[in-house]
Write a protein that binds this ligand. Sequence first.
Ligand code: FES
Length: 133
Amino acid sequence: MAYSKKVVDRFEDVLNNPAAHGVGRFDPNDPNIATGMTGAPACGDVMKLDLKVDPDTDVILDVKFKTYGCGSAIASSSLFVDMLKGRTIEEARQIKDKDIAEILDLPPIKLHCSVLAEEAITKAIEDWDIKHK
Ligand code: FES
């Protein structure tokens, strides 16, 4: 199994400059932060996603992640940072694992890495719904 160039490029970019690609976390006590954390039973990898949301407009202002996992999981995480910034929570709900897998050219054996990313987004949105509805 070979990673696509897109996965390798993203993975290396994140390793070379983690802060520029959203690696980290926000203050968990900030009421405008929504968090989604999920793990893949198949491989033991874990992804945690923080969204900073404008409570008046539901626009995602900034995104951070911490991912313990394979190259595809790291690449999927950096991709969802790009995909989520500037979108509303409702728009974020429409992002599916297939979108991530397609953009990154993930091979079939690595599709669960993009599923993990979709789950992290879903859980962060659930957290936002609980905090703000
Ligand atoms: Fe576990 Fe990629 S192998 S998330």
